[in-house]
Design a protein around this ligand. Structure first.
Ligand code: GCU
Ligand code: CA
Length: 478
């Protein structure tokens, strides 16, 4: 039943009051349709962990095996569907997706996830009509459907951001600096917040022996960034040994700052009450007891890396990548953070691992019921960022600017003053409008601190001469 239809006979004042009451659910998030409540041809099983609700739909192994969801849309247009599935077999479980009897996508892959207790999401944007829509998945191979847990929907389109972005770039602003104990060849992977009148920037630094560690710099203005000293965090409680790809944010419920970073086979965090004092960070604590099985089963020759935490009012979500075409998302409640992160689910997958590579960022757009996802890709022309949006921090994700021709940020939509000092727009951070765990950015004020490098230098990957530059969006419609 349509939500609005229920209210048509109610006097106006009561209607306004009622709408105010339902506003939180109306303003947010995805609608979830559990597979056990849909028309599942087969059985509703619960014998593998990681499902939501009471179980998942297990269809017979044959062509044509199906499930039908009745999906509600407020208005005609497009919805993005997030179909959560497990495929523990070694072959894809392709399915035709039809909406109201019309084929919308043929042979959606439902790629193997390694185990029946490992879960992934297919993000699919489809046309819908206002009201009830029949969304059917029908198997096109003898394996039948993958096991299906649920279908999430969010509206597609209508982003607060333009569908195509243009940027201008500074030259390099932050350079490697060495001291007697650190022979630094590159500065990379920046995370940045503006707090108490200063930018606080955390970076990976790579030394001539190819070791990665973390460093901090702070300044009041971008014109001062080049002069700011690098403070090496390996001499603090953060400690020596491999550490890379920091992310910093203030976790308001606990009134302390978190610095998260990769430590090889895991992700760890340090905390402090004073972001301006680099010596005050606590010793690393890992988020996980060990690398999660879903990651081990899917990372292939890649690595588990580039951890990114963002929270809404209920939960914290940790995104990560594996350089093998998988974007993962794990979750814990706001109350349990930093503990209790779940087994990751594959939130997005691309069979071309370079096309969904690493460096994922997710932000909330200030004043909007909208989140932005950016993921770094490798192209022949250089590193680029692709982008998606969602009305939910957990997706499903609708493409925004996600192609080579229309990237989020790349050499081909960036203007340089004079010769381009870099062809790569690589691992970085948008400048946030706040500093807390909601990672809010102003959609009218997009600036991106990124790593770039001289395109003429060839060197082993770990010795490439990365420096930091700043992009400013030049086609904001605001
Ligand atoms: C196994 C597994 C089921 C799955 C089935 C299949 O039997 O336990 O959950 O649905 O394989 O291949 O479809
Ligand atoms: Ca089955």
């Amino acid at each position: 039943m349509s939500r609005l239809a229920r209210f048509t006979a109610v006097p106006l004042l009561a209607l306004v009051a009622t709408l105010a009451l339902i506003a939180p659910s109306a303003s947010a998030q995805a609608s979830r349709y559990e597979a056990e409540d849909a028309a599942c041809e087969g059985t509703v099983d619960s014998n593998y962990a990681g499902f939501s609700g009471r179980g998942f739909c297990n269809t017979p192994n044959r062509v044509g095996a199906r499930i039908e969801f009745t999906v509600h849309a407020e208005t005609a247009g497009t919805l993005t569907l997030g179909v959560k599935y497990a495929n523990g077999s070694t072959a894809a479980r392709p399915a035709d997706l039809s909406v109201n009897g019309t084929l919308a996508r043929s042979a959606v892959a439902f790629a193997p996830v390694g185990a029946w207790s490992s879960w992934a999401v297919e993000n699919l944007t489809v046309p819908v009509r206002a009201g009830a829509n029949t969304v059917r998945l029908a198997a096109t191979s003898a394996g039948g459907l993958a096991n299906l847990d649920y279908l999430d929907t969010v509206r597609a389109g209508g982003s607060a951001l333009p569908a195509s972005l243009q940027w201008s770039s500074t030259g390099p602003l932050v350079f490697p600096k060495s001291d007697a104990a650190h022979n630094i060849v590159s500065v990379k992977d920046p995370s940045v917040v503006y707090h108490n009148g200063r930018y606080h920037v955390f970076v990976s630094v790579v030394s001539a022996n190819q070791g990665y560690s973390l460093a901090y710099l702070s300044f009041t203005d971008w014109s001062q960034a080049g002069a700011a000293p690098l403070r090496f965090l390996d001499t603090t409680a953060v400690g020596a040994g491999y550490k890379a790809a920091p992310q910093v944010f203030y976790f308001a419920p606990q009134q302390q700052w978190y610095l998260t970073y990769q430590i090889g086979d895991n992700v760890a965090y340090s905390t402090t009450a004073n972001i301006a004092d680099p010596a005050s960070w606590s010793a690393p604590k890992p988020f996980y007891a060990r690398t999660p099985q879903t990651v081990l089963d899917n990372m292939g020759d890649g690595q588990w890396l580039d951890f990114w935490t963002i929270c809404d009012s209920a939960a914290c979500h940790m995104y990560s990548s594996d350089d093998n075409g998988n974007l993962y998302r794990a979750q814990t409640s706001l109350a349990r953070f930093p503990n209790g992160f779940s087994e990751p689910v594959i939130a997005m997958h691309d069979p071309n691992h370079h096309w969904l590579f690493e460096g994922a960022n997710v932000y909330r757009l200030a004043g909007e019921n909208e989140y932005l996802l950016m993921v770094e890709a490798i192209t022949a022309g250089g590193r680029i960022f692709r982008s998606w949006t969602s009305s939910s921090v957990s997706g499903p994700w609708t493409p925004l600017a996600d192609t080579k021709e229309n990237p989020f940020a790349a050499w081909n939509n960036t203007a340089f003053n004079g010769t381009a000092w870099t062809k790569d727009i690589s691992h970085g951070e948008l400048i946030r409008s706040g500093f807390d765990q909601t990672l809010t950015v102003g959609p009218c004020d997009l600036r991106f601190l990124y790593q770039g490098k001289d395109p003429d230098v060839s060197a082993p990957y770990n010795l490439l001469p990365w420096r930091l530059g700043l992009l400013t969006q030049t086609n904001s419609p605001c």
